[in-house]
Ligand binder design. Structure first.
Ligand SMILES: Cc1cc2nc3c(=O)[nH]c(=O)nc-3n(C[C@H](O)[C@H](O)[C@H](O)COP(=O)(O)O)c2cc1C
Ligand code: SF4
Length: 419
């Protein structure tokens, strides 16, 4: 089975503005179920499901929930990361625009299980439609008693507010996001302490991605054990894929983990536009690896991504056809990260400027063999010594292209010598 609609099952079938339609289609049913369970039993279900974060790093969600649950502070934050600044990713927007109550229901269940008192959804500033829809849905949920004081007649109080970012990519990184919410420039902090210990406004905070929260009601509905049977043993459940670039059928598709990339491109994406030849595919977004056609039988799971020294499992697949030059693409990627670097650490701040200068030599066909060596060594230094995930993952495209598109580099240097 290539497509499996668990968390996208309501897409296009309900009016996202209508809480009644959400309720009719099993909505808030799992919140009621959660209220009938022990709080620890909810976390156990998430643990049995082996749910891993859908925002990129793939960290086990139950471990974060346990860490927050054991904090004794009276105020605890549940933070939903809807920054989605990674080029090529748009699945969180689909979730917020097609099924906003599902995100809210997931957050409320997690808050109930962990003792969370206040929720914040941090939405990318450009996503005005998502912001309006979420605000509207929060008001509707309050009117029906799913949010606010004494939720569903219980003693549990929980509210959610929406905050918007100002267009910075690095604000999707968890500590930069916390700084941004506190009104500071979006710059990371050194860990530990982790956000579950000291997070927003100094309070314990659990941060999860939109898709991660959206998956929680389904886990309660089908049980953690059943959820864990979907996908592969270590990458369980389904994943939303943002498919873009030169494919005929672009969009968001929900697949069980373990589906080959080729099936996503040729069956869901219906192949390459105008039946051109495929040149390369970038996985995960701008910070992910670039792979050639012969690797498309690779399956989609967390482990495969980790082999690329990249932890970018947010689920983007960007298809690039034969008309595009590898070095033009790499230059755009490097310039993006140069622009988005917060400047806090030297390898990232200075390194991207130098990377861009080197790549330009390849674009202009003026590169030498020494430039290949310098590029590789600089990319590795940035990857290994940067302070946060931006610099640690931004060179992945270059490192992977040096491995899989070596001939392009050699051809380029030969062309440069010939003048
Ligand atoms: C530069 C950078 C940008 C990130 N952007 C996002 C983002 O837009 N959305 C997101 O959910 N996670 C993003 N992350 C990952 C978060 O730091 C964090 O791991 C995630 O929100 C945790 O949620 P999850 O466990 O549900 O995946 C980013 C990380 C880095 C280093
Ligand atoms: S890696 Fe880049 S974005 Fe991250 S702290 Fe360093 S300069 Fe800032």
């Amino acid at each position: 089975m290539i497509e499996m609609k668990l968390i996208s099952k309501r897409f296009g079938k309900i009016n996202p503005l209508s809480i009644e339609e959400y309720i009719k289609f099993d909505g808030y049913k799992n919140l009621k179920k959660a209220f009938s369970m022990e709080r620890t039993a909810i976390i156990e279900e998430v643990q049995k499901a082996y749910l891993r974060g859908r925002g990129g790093a793939g960290f086990p969600t139950a471990i974060k929930m346990m860490a927050l649950a054991k904090e004794t502070n009276k105020e605890k934050y549940i933070l939903c990361n809807a920054d989605e600044g990674e080029p090529g990713n748009f699945k969180d927007r689909y979730l917020m625009e097609n099924d906003p109550h599902q995100v809210l229901e997931g957050m409320i269940i997690v808050a109930y299980a962990t003792g969370g008192t206040k929720g914040i959804i941090y939405v990318r500033g450009e996503y005005q439609k998502s912001i309006s829809l979420l605000k509207w849905s929060i008001d509707e949920a309050k009117k029906k008693g799913y949010l606010g004081n004494k939720i569903l007649g219980s003693k549990f109080n929980f509210d959610i507010e929406v905050r918007s970012g100002a267009g910075s990519y690095v604000c999707g990184e968890e500590f930069s996001l916390i700084e941004s919410i506190e009104g500071n420039p979006g710059r990371t902090r050194v860990k530990p302490p982790f956000p579950t210990q000291i997070g927003v406004f100094g309070k314990p905070t659990l941060i999860n991605n939109v898709e991660t929260f959206s998956t929680i009601p389904t886990i309660l509905e089908i049980s953690g054990a059943e959820f864990a049977k979907i996908g592969t043993p270590t990458s369980t459940g389904t994943k939303l894929i943002s498919l873009s670039g030169n494919v005929k059928n672009k969009g968001v598709f929900e697949i069980p983990f373990g589906v080959p990339i080729r099936d996503v491109i040729y069956k869901l994406g219906k192949g390459i536009e105008k039946d051109r030849k495929l040149k390369m595919v970038q996985l995960g977004g701008a910070c992910g690896p670039i792979i050639p056609e012969y690797m498309l039988d690779m399956i989609i799971d967390f482990e495969r991504f980790e082999e690329f020294e990249s932890k970018t499992g947010a689920g983007a697949i960007i298809v690039i056809d034969e008309r595009f030059d590898l070095f033009d693409i790499l230059l755009k990627i490097v310039q993006f990260f140069q622009h988005e670097s917060c400047g806090k650490c030297t390898p990232c701040r200075e390194g991207h400027i130098q990377l861009a200068n080197l790549i330009k030599k390849f674009v202009e066909r003026k590169a030498t063999m020494e430039d290949i060596v310098s590029l590789e060594s600089l990319a590795r230094v940035i990857h290994q010594t940067s302070l946060c995930g931006l610099g640690q993952t931004s060179p992945t495209a270059i490192i992977s292209s040096l491995r899989y598109f070596r001939d392009d580099y050699i051809d380029c240097v030969e062309h440069s010598y010939k003048g």
